[in-house]
Write a protein that binds this ligand. Structure first.
Ligand SMILES: [Zn+2]
Length: 215
């Protein structure tokens, strides 16, 4: 398998040199994905700092033993279970995620490194995790969908209707015409006509009635 993989990689390198002719797709730079990645990274690292402040115990040298206190502190300072602030930031967001996960699970409480996570910190962590998940799901196109409804224009103004489906929420429909739409319904914060789940039945009825009238 290694040999096959190497041969394929060699063939691909030869095809991709600067003299190669033919179509080559331009690399796509997804700025939203880049921003989300930066956001999630910064939030997870900062959360690990907050949790370490709340849960991580200072190294304590308990009585004389085989090891000196300097060795003891050094061992603590290199223990991968502990968060080392700046030094740990350089290991990246996945390192922070593993640390946060361990603290949320109250792992290693008996090893003298950590105390149980206070509820206040647990709530703070939940907020950060929820927002990171929301942004990640949005960028991956899962959990949240905003799609135009084909061939069924707004009964008020004839504009494009948009279906909104957010994870854990009821679906809703908006008219993309905005403030100028004449449909007599609620408005969202941008002034768009907005049918929430309670009004979707009425919207469907209005659409059917107009299509019957046109037919
Ligand atoms: Zn409309």
């Amino acid at each position: 398998m290694w040999a096959v993989r190497d041969a394929e990689a060699r063939a691909e390198r030869e095809e991709r040199n600067e003299y190669a002719l033919g179509d080559a797709p331009a690399p796509v730079l997804n700025l939203t994905a880049m921003e989300t990645l930066g956001y999630v990274e910064a939030e997870l690292l900062a959360l690990a700092d907050v949790i370490a402040n709340a849960c991580q115990l200072a190294p304590r040298f308990i009585g004389p033993g085989a090891e000196s206190s300097i060795d003891f502190v050094a061992a603590h300072n290199s223990d991968p279970r502990r968060w080392h602030y700046n030094a740990s930031w350089s290991k990246g967001a996945h390192w922070a995620a593993v640390y946060v996960d361990g603290r949320l699970a109250d792992d290693d409480l008996d090893a003298g490194h950590f105390r149980r996570m206070p509820d206040r910190t647990r709530h703070e962590a939940a907020d950060v995790v929820r927002e990171c998940w929301r942004q990640t799901a949005a960028v991956l196109g899962i959990g949240e969908r905003h799609v135009p409804i084909p061939d069924r224009p707004c009964p008020g103004c004839g504009g494009v209707l948009m279906l909104h489906q957010v994870v854990d929420e009821s679906p809703a429909v908006s008219c993309e015409t905005g403030r100028d739409c004449t449909a007599p319904v609620e408005r969202d914060i941008r002034g768009r006509a907005w049918w929430d789940w309670r009004h979707l039945g009425a919207l469907a009825g209005a659409l059917d009635a107009r299509e019957r009238g046109a037919a």
